[in-house]
Design a protein around this ligand. Structure first.
Ligand code: TRP
Length: 445
C-alpha cells in the first residue's frame, strides 16, 4: 500500500503545531508562570526550548524523515537488528500511556464547554466546588472522556491527509484567532495591567532548582518531544522540506501560543483578585470565577473552553497516530481495526485514570494515584529518556554523512550547511547531557 504524506508544507506545519499546542500551553504553562515568578520562568523556558528542545526536535525530524516509517520501524530500519528498536518501541508506548490520562483532562474541557454553552458560569456561588464535584463523581466524567476519545479516533481514522492535515488546517487558525481575541479582551479590562506587569517583569527571587526542572519539563512536554510524536509526523514530511526552518517555526508558534494563552489568563486573574499560584486548578476553578465576574464573561467562557478543547484534540490526535502508524506498518492491521482496538483499550485505561479522582482515589502506587502514576511515568521517565536516546541515536549512531544529507537536503540548503556543525554539536553533546542533568535533578530535588 502506498504510504500517505502530508499534502503541503503548511498542512504539515499546522499539524505539528497542533500537536505541540495543547493543554501544555493553555493549562500547564500559565499556571507554571503563575507559580514560578512570571517572566523569570518564561525566560528560562525560552532558554531550554532553544538549547535542548530544538536539537531534539531536529533529531526526531531526521529519524522520521530519513526512515519514512513509524517510530518502531524507523529505529529498526536505520539500525537494523540492534537494541535500538526497543527505543522505538518505547516511543510507541509512551504516547499510548499519555493519551490514557490526557483524555481525562480533555474530557473535563469538553464538559466545561458544555457547561459554558448552558451558561453555567454566570453566578459565582454556583461555581465554587463545581470542579471537585465533577471530577470526583463516578460516571459523568467518563462520558465526556469517552466522547473526547471518540472524536480523536474519528479524525485519526480518516487518515493523514483528509483527517489529521485537514483538521489542523481548519482548527489551528481558528484556535489562534479565539485565543488572540480573548487575550485582547482580557488585557483591556480595568485592573489587568498588574497581571501584564507580572507576566513581563522577571522576578528572579522565585527561581529555584525546581523552577529549572519545571521549565525544562515544560519545554519538552509542550513540544511533544521524546515519545515518537514529532518523529511520526516528520515521517510524512516531503524530502524537499527544510528541517531546520520547520523546527524553528514550530518552536516559535508553540511559544507564541503559550504566551498568548498566558495573556488571556493571568491579567484577568489579577484584575479579579484571584491567586495566580493556584496551580493545576487554575483554568477549571479560578477561571470560571473570573468569567462570572467579567463583562460578557459567559460568552468568553464558551470560546475559551472551545479553544481548550481544540488544543487538546489536535494533541491527542498526534499521540494516537504514533500508535496507529506502528500497528498498521509493523503488524499489518487495517487502520480501522487499529483505531477501534486502541479506542477500547484506551477507554478502559482512561476509566481507571478518571476514577482515580473519585471512587478509586484511595488506590495508590508508591503514594501516587493512578492518574499521577501515568503522568509520572510518561513525563518524568519515558519522555526524557526517549529524548536523550533520540539525540544519542542521531549524534552517535547514525552515520554523519546521512545526518548531514538529511539536514541540508543533500547539501543543497546553503545556510543549513553552514550552521550544520553547530547543530550537530548541540545534538551530540549539549542536548543529551542537559536533559540527563535536569532529569536526574528532578529526582534529587
Ligand atoms: N504538546 C502537547 C501539549 O502541549 C501535548 C502532547 C502532544 C504531548 N503529544 C505529545 C506531550 C507527546 C508529550 C508527548 O499539550
Amino acid at each position: 500500500m502506498e504510504r500517505e504524506n502530508f499534502n503541503s508544507r503548511l498542512g504539515m506545519l499546522l499539524a505539528m503545531v497542533g500537536s505541540a499546542v495543547g493543554l501544555g500551553n493553555i493549562w500547564r504553562f500559565p499556571y507554571l508562570v503563575g507559580v514560578h515568578g512570571g517572566a523569570a520562568f518564561i525566560i528560562l523556558y525560552v532558554l531550554f526550548v532553544f538549547l535542548l528542545s530544538l536539537p531534539l526536535l531536529i533529531s526526531e525530524f531526521v529519524i522520521g524523515r530519513a526512515s519514512r516509517l513509524n517510530a518502531y520501524g524507523a529505529y529498526d530500519k536505520l539500525a537494523p537488528n540492534t537494541i535500538w528498536r526497543y527505543v522505538g518501541f518505547l516511543s510507541v508506548l509512551s504516547p499510548f500511556l499519555i493519551i490514557a490520562y490526557y483524555d481525562v483532562v480533555g474530557g473535563w474541557s469538553l464538559h466545561y464547554f458544555f457547561e459554558a454553552c448552558a451558561m453555567s458560569f454566570s453566578q459565582s456561588s454556583e461555581i465554587a466546588g463545581m470542579f471537585s464535584n465533577h471530577i470526583s463523581s463516578p460516571f459523568a466524567p467518563l462520558f465526556t472522556m469517552g466522547l473526547f476519545l471518540l472524536m480523536t479516533c474519528v479524525v485519526v481514522l480518516m487518515g493523514v491527509q483528509s483527517g489529521i492535515e485537514r483538521f489542523g488546517k481548519i482548527m489551528m487558525p481558528l484556535l489562534f484567532l479565539v485565543i488572540l481575541a480573548i487575550a485582547i479582551w482580557v488585557i483591556t479590562l480595568p485592573g489587568a495591567s498588574e497581571g501584564v506587569k507580572y507576566l513581563f517583569k522577571p522576578d528572579f527571587s522565585k527561581v529555584t532548582g525546581k523552577t529549572l526542572v519545571a521549565a525544562m519539563g515544560q519545554a519538552f512536554f509542550s513540544l511533544s518531544l521524546g515519545c515518537g510524536t514529532m518523529l511520526t509526523y516528520a515521517s510524512y514530511a516531503k524530502k524537499s522540506d527544510n528541517i531546520g526552518s520547520s523546527s524553528l517555526q514550530i518552536a516559535f508558534a508553540d511559544l507564541l501560543f503559550a504566551i498568548l494563552a498566558s495573556c488571556a489568563i493571568l491579567p484577568g486573574v489579577f484584575a479579579f483578585g484571584v491567586d495566580p499560584g493556584e496551580g493545576p486548578g487554575l483554568i477549571f476553578e479560578t477561571l470560571p470565577m473570573m468569567f462570572a465576574a467579567m463583562p460578557l464573561g459567559s460568552l468568553v467562557a464558551i470560546f475559551f473552553f472551545l479553544a481548550v478543547l481544540i488544543a487538546a484534540l489536535t494533541s491527542t490526535i498526534s499521540m494516537l497516530e504514533v500508535v496507529i502508524a506502528y500497528l498498521v506498518e509493523e503488524h499489518h492491521a487495517s487502520r480501522k481495526a487499529a483505531v477501534w482496538g486502541c479506542f477500547s483499550v484506551l477507554f478502559l485505561l482512561g476509566v481507571l485514570c478518571s476514577m482515580s479522582f473519585g471512587p478509586l482515589k484511595d488506590v495508590t502506587i508508591l503514594g501516587k494515584t493512578i492518574f499521577d502514576c501515568f503522568d509520572f511515568l510518561a513525563a518524568n521517565i519515558l519522555m526524557p529518556f526517549g529524548g536523550i536516546l533520540a539525540c544519542v541515536f542521531v549524534g552517535w549512531k547514525m552515520k554523519k554523512p546521512d545526518v548531514y544529507a538529511e539536514l541540508t537536503n543533500e547539501g543543497s540548503l546553503r545556510f543549513m550547511s553552514k550552521i550544520y556543525p553547530l547543530i550537530y554539536f548541540f545534538i551530540r553533546y549539549v542536548a543529551p547531557a542537559g536533559i540527563l542533568c535536569v532529569t536526574i535533578s528532578n529526582f534529587l530535588l
